[in-house]
Write a protein that binds this ligand. Structure first.
Ligand code: PLP
Length: 374
């Protein structure tokens, strides 16, 4: 008997998510002594010191189950963002939030509007539920085309994903643009409400340095159809703990709480995140580094005549030409630099580099020059 015959039809065509390879894997695979990883938009300064202290003073308690409701973490988030706990939920990273939203809202005859070149997990969650992803092109310059997203809405549109700033392009939409988008969103006769807007702000703290970057939380009160989510994986340096959080209308939060797995945020993740959210120094140090190093990399790309996209996040998308993205990725890998090729984002002639420490960025530039024979 072929046991795979009983797998749900929608899961049959699934390919595994291609995660950035770890330093140790590359060292082992290529026999390299020194490897740097600029592939997964982690924080080059490491984890929040406050989070590390919290872990040190709590790790002996891991034999207990965690608080299933993440009460202390929610309290910390509520205090930090001045929003009531009833509007806050937590999960094992932004990835789990995307999945929870999909499980809660997406039926098989629903349409979900997604921008081309945006985070791949959205389309995967849609596929998993057997719903239909409607993919909308970006504007020139690889920015979200919010007007085109509106035009793509039909009576069947259940939700729209918006990433601000977007991964992998690093581009963002301004406050007036988002406000107009939310205002103009048509109500569906089929559902009797406006589609859900899932606003992914994984790189929020970095983008705050842009003058006209909007804070999605400002739109919550007027938009009961809005879910905003963020993560501790990026600026707080806690990617390995898997913890994210979201804000929404209390009725949505109530339902998310009903369907999420119990204990979905592990004990150390809860204590670390509850401490990290008050770590101003971590945020400011990281913002300063990324701002400075972004300028350095832009300058070097210009010198090398390599086209790049201005980024509001801690990574830069750049042209791999004359090489294919995959080829340049491979060449950099052989030189001990892990970046990310962009085929799965339908950008076969681009590569994304996460901004590292100055030393790492210099090494990346040196290897790039070597490969381009400059
Ligand atoms: C745009 C975006 N959203 C969500 C995530 C998921 O983050 P995590 O699951 O680590 O919280 C990422 C991770 O790279 C991302 O780039």
């Amino acid at each position: 008997m072929e046991i795979t015959r009983i797998i749900r039809k929608v899961c049959e065509g699934f390919e595994p998510y291609v995660a950035g390879k770890s330093i140790n894997t590359i060292k082992r695979e290529l026999g390299l002594e020194s490897v740097i990883k600029l592939a997964s938009n982690e924080n080059p300064l490491g984890a929040s010191k406050k989070a590390l202290e919290a872990i040190k003073s709590n790790f002996e308690n891991i034999f207990f189950y965690p608080d299933s409701n993440s009460c202390c973490l929610k309290k910390a988030l509520s205090e930090s963002y001045s929003l009531p706990i009833k509007n806050i939920f937590t999960a094992a990273g932004g990835d789990e939030i995307i999945e929870l939203v999909a499980k809660l809202f997406f039926n098989c005859d629903d349409e979900i509007v997604i921008s081309k070149h945006s985070f791949v997990r959205y389309a995967m969650s849609v596929k998993m539920m057997g719903s239909k992803a409607i993919i909308v092109s970006m504007k020139k310059g690889l920015t979200y085309d919010l007007v085109a997203l509106l035009k793509a809405c039909t009576q069947k549109t259940k939700a729209i994903f918006v990433t601000n700033p977007n991964n992998p392009t690093g581009t963002y939409n301004t406050k007036p643009e988002l406000l107009e988008f939310l205002r103009e969103l048509p109500s569906s006769d089929k559902f009797g409400v406006k589609p859900l807007v899932v606003l992914d702000e994984a790189y929020f703290e970095y983008a705050l340095l842009e003058r006209d970057y909007p804070n999605g939380l400002d739109f919550l009160e007027d938009n009961p159809n809005l879910i905003v989510f963020r993560t501790f994986s990026k600026i707080y340096g806690l990617a390995g703990l898997r913890v994210g959080y979201g804000f929404a209308n209390e009725k949505i939060v109530d339902y998310i709480e009903r369907i999420r797995p119990p204990f979905n945020v592990n004990f150390l993740a809860q204590v670390a995140a509850a401490a990290a959210i008050f770590d101003k120094e971590q945020v400011e140090r990281s913002q300063r580094l990324i701002k400075k190093e972004k300028e350095y990399l832009y300058k070097e790309f210009k010198k090398l005549k390599i086209e790049y996209v201005n980024s509001a996040a801690n990574f830069i998308l750049f042209s791999s030409l004359p090489f294919k993205g995959k080829e340049l990725f491979r060449k950099l890998l052989e030189n001990g630099v892990i970046v990310r090729s962009m085929d799965e984002y339908e950008l076969p002639c681009h590569v994304r580099v996460s901004i590292g420490t100055h030393k790492e960025n210099e090494l990346f530039v040196e290897k790039l020059k070597k490969i381009h024979k400059i």
